[in-house]
Design a protein around this ligand. Structure first.
Ligand code: ACO
Length: 333
């Protein structure tokens, strides 16, 4: 049975840098509060007054990955598109990317799984490759959060965290012994669904969105921050241990761990819990904030270059987020 190898990665973030200081002009907050609680110094937001599509960020990240691999768009046999902030409610964003890449007939599926989206998407792509359905798949995570945040003081606990960006991975079937995705582990616990959620627009409402919903803030994401935090620091190391044990490995075997970039303090607690060295864990939330489904591929794209990940190295990905959902993947590079 073939395994799934990562061939190349690409990332794309908007040029507009929004510093913590910039946010103090919009809401009651401070650079010190944001850095101390989250580690974030700045994030990228799409420019105001000009429409930027989520699928444009995904396209740019994909082009960069294709250039690194020396592939053409026509080499792609399927698209797995992970996002919780699509261009439109209908149709799936993978279809817009399909058109922008000029790939009529190539299947596209959207995965709407928030912070664990990229790992859930990887599990789907990996399954397709293992059963021989496709040999070359584009897996992309892309988010534009900034257009959907309450940037007043009312929404400050959420809005200071999120950034925009996209990351793309080119996946290919490999028969090389020991190489590729070793396993993916996925979990969800819907009892916590409303602890991090956006109430409206929703199909249960008539109409689905109203001026009252905008005014009351029901259209903005709301979060029980401490509950999310407490669950994340337990679930992320737990799922990591589960994956390592199943593969007969230990944290010492990991060259690199790329945690979902939710909060620097969460990553640091995961690192401590697994007794990992600094050089085994990669974080870039300081520069990009939390880009949800894009955070792992953006961090992985930078980490692979900066840390010199080479063939045979063991790489771990782990994430926790809305749902609650949590997930993990182990890859032999
Ligand atoms: N600036 C200044 N003060 C603030 C801000 C802000 N941006 N936001 C909240 N505060 C205030 C609060 O009002 C509160 O004030 P009070 O004590 O007078 O009531 C005080 O700061 C403390 O608030 P807490 O919510 O207790 O702060 P906490 O230490 O929990 O940090 C944070 C908040 C950063 C949101 C943290 O809880 C966190 O990171 N949670 C996890 C986030 C996460 O991982 N999300 C998951 C991924 S997202 C996804 O899946 C889509």
């Amino acid at each position: 049975m073939p395994r799934t190898a990562f061939v190349a990665l690409g990332m794309s973030v908007p040029d507009r840098v929004v510093t913590n200081e910039d946010l103090t002009k919009l809401m009651e907050t401070s650079d010190a509060w944001i850095q101390e609680r989250t580690g974030i110094k700045e994030r990228r937001w799409v420019p105001e007054g000009r429409e930027t599509e989520n699928s444009d960020l995904a396209l740019e990240a994909t082009r960069r990955a294709l250039a690194k691999a020396g592939w053409e768009p026509k080499d792609l046999e399927a698209i797995v598109y992970c996002s919780m902030s699509p261009d439109h409610m209908l149709p799936a964003d993978g279809c817009f990317l399909n058109a922008k890449l000029g790939l009529p007939g190539v299947p596209s599926i959207d995965i709407r799984n928030q912070c664990t989206g990229f790992i859930y998407g990887l599990a789907v792509a990996d399954a397709w490759i293992r059963i021989g359905m496709y040999r070359r798949i584009l897996l992309v995570g892309s988010e534009i959060h900034s257009t959907g945040l309450d940037v007043s003081t009312r929404g400050r606990d959420v809005s200071v965290i999120f950034g925009d960006g996209a990351g793309a991975a080119l996946l290919e079937a490999t028969d090389e012994p020991g190489r590729g995705v070793l396993s993916c582990h996925l979990h969800a616990d819907g009892r916590f669904a409303t602890d991090l959620y956006c109430e409206a627009p929703g199909s249960k409402f008539h109409p689905r969105v109203s001026a009252g919903m905008i005014e009351s803030g029901a259209v903005y994401p709301r979060m029980e921050g401490q509950k999310v935090f407490k669950n994340a620091v337990v679930r992320m190391p737990e799922v990591m241990r589960e994956a390592l044990a199943q593969n007969g490995l230990s944290p010492k075997d990991l060259k690199l761990v790329v945690p979902h970039q939710a909060n620097l303090r969460i990553s640091q607690m995961v690192q401590r819990s697994l007794e990992l060295r600094d050089d085994q864990v990669f974080n870039n939330i300081q520069r990009y904030g939390n880009t949800t489904a894009a955070s792992i591929p953006i961090a992985l794209a930078e980490a692979v270059e900066e840390r010199g990940v080479a063939r045979g190295d063991l790489v771990g990905l782990c994430a926790f987020g809305a749902g609650f959902t949590w997930a993990r993947a182990l890859i032999r590079w």
